[in-house]
Design a protein around this ligand. Structure first.
Ligand SMILES: NC(=O)c1ccc[n+]([C@@H]2O[C@H](COP(=O)([O-])OP(=O)(O)OC[C@H]3O[C@@H](n4cnc5c(N)ncnc54)[C@H](OP(=O)(O)O)[C@@H]3O)[C@@H](O)[C@H]2O)c1
Length: 300
């Protein structure tokens, strides 16, 4: 298969570059210069010319606070860009794997969110990602949407790298202790995507079918939740980063109200991951084990 990765210079795309090395499939990695999801002509000609069989859409506007100040740009990329990709790939019968976020939820629950829970975003970013989901479901050929949360990796900018930098520069950092969620190591997510592709390929082969996601004939569009196992606050996350990284910096717990940022975030955005574990027979690593692996890599 020829698999296109969009937004491949970001965290998840960079991890996919590494994980896919062991795959038999051919991966084509692009970012905005070669494949801009807001440019319809570029999308169509690229997909046809390269005879793409599957798209993994890692392209996204992900600056949560900045989105409050430039909502048009966030909407252009996350909502309209995803619509372009969905409509054109449907015309060419190409299935799509797309990513969304725990920030589509309002955080009023106190038990993990399932795939059937209704989105009610608190921020511009969350709203544009919910729109991206609606567009994928409405316009794409066949699709899997994977909602993930608190993504980090050795690549790009993320909470883990910011904490390490701040921890090395300061004696004390204040971190929010009343927002609950689950961190996700992008490497784990990348590996799970490859497992899904292999599972779908062997399912299609067993059924003498060349179409991916063909077991979902009546439900061609599936949503899944994927995050590492365990529920923590940003404060606990920061403490673990200092402990594992051997960084001598005190972490002080503060409330959401004490930390002024532009975008409102859900107080509780834990994702229930049972469906993806069951459907694809996959085990998800515990957050602290994955954090250790990432910090070891950063220190290496
Ligand atoms: N990061 C998180 O904490 C988090 C949490 C939950 C869900 N997610 C979701 O997980 C997915 C992957 O996130 P990530 O952290 O890997 O994102 P990321 O690091 O921000 O990567 C996104 C990539 O897409 C590129 N891009 C932006 N506009 C584009 C366009 N018009 N066409 C093509 N590429 C474009 C970005 O380029 P520039 O850098 O130049 O803009 C960047 O390289 C996203 O769908 C995100 O919403 C992320």
């Amino acid at each position: 298969m020829k698999i296109l990765i969009t937004g491949a210079d970001g965290q998840l795309g960079s991890e996919l570059k590494i994980s896919s090395r062991s795959s038999d499939d051919q991966f084509i990695f692009t970012d905005i210069e070669k494949f801009d999801i807001t440019n319809k002509d570029m999308i169509e000609s690229f997909l046809i010319k390269n005879r793409i069989n599957l798209i993994i859409n890692c392209a996204s506007y992900t600056a949560v606070d900045r989105a409050e100040e430039e909502p048009e740009l966030a909407k252009k990329i996350n909502s309209f860009g995803t619509k372009n990709l969905s409509v054109i790939s449907k015309n060419l019968s190409i299935p799509l794997i797309h990513f969304s976020t725990d920030f589509i939820f309002d955080g009023r629950k106190n038990i993990p969110y399932t795939e059937d829970d209704k989105g009610n975003p608190l921020s511009v970013y969350g709203a544009t990602k919910l729109e991206s989901e609606i567009n994928v479901n409405k316009y794409s050929y066949r699709s899997i949407i994977i909602r993930t949360s608190w993504l980090y990796s050795t690549f790009g900018n993320n909470f883990v790298k910011t904490m390490i930098k701040l921890g090395n520069a300061k004696n004390l950092i204040k971190v929010i202790s009343d927002q609950y969620g689950s961190p996700t190591y992008a490497k784990d997510l990348a590996e799970s995507i490859l497992k899904i592709i292999n599972y779908e390929k062997s399912f299609a082969a067993k059924n003498n079918n060349s179409i991916l996601f063909s077991d979902n004939v009546t439900k061609r569009h599936q949503i899944y939740h994927y995050s590492n196992e365990g529920i923590i606050t940003w404060y606990e996350f920061a403490k673990a980063i200092m402990d594992i990284g051997n960084i001598d910096c005190e972490i002080l717990p503060i409330t959401t109200e004490e930390y002024k940022v532009l975008a409102k975030r859900p107080k509780y955005s834990v994702l229930d991951t049972k469906k993806i574990q069951r459907d694809y027979n996959m085990a998800i690593p515990f957050w602290k084990d994955s954090l250790k692996e990432c910090i070891e890599k950063l220190n290496y």
